[in-house]
Design a binder for this molecule. Structure first.
Ligand SMILES: [Ca+2]
Ligand SMILES: [Ca+2]
Length: 88
């Protein structure tokens, strides 16, 4: 699965289930700490139909790439650019 496939799946899931990407972010932020940890991000990828092994790799890679302040959690500000790009 390429990065583009991954982004397309996330995009389709967000469009189907949520009004805005921020709504999706808030939904998956189960502990309301204003960030998606690995478990919350994995749930998002699962909802987008991304299968087990790839899902785990993708979650690790996404956090590694986007977690600019290195707290292990993706704040909305860290995800925003990627999601906004995906939604175009
Ligand atoms: Ca959270
Ligand atoms: Ca972070």
């Amino acid at each position: 699965m390429t990065e583009q496939d991954l982004m397309d799946k996330i995009k389709i899931m967000i469009i189907r289930r949520f009004d805005t990407p921020q709504d999706a972010f808030n939904f998956f932020d189960k502990d309301n700490d204003k960030g998606l940890n690995r478990i919350e991000l994995t749930a998002l990828l699962k909802e987008a139909g991304i299968g087990g092994f790839i899902r785990s790799l993708a979650a690790t890679k996404i956090i590694h790439t986007l977690d600019k302040n290195n707290d292990g959690v993706l704040q909305w500000e860290e995800l925003e650019e990627l999601i906004t790009k995906a939604m175009r």
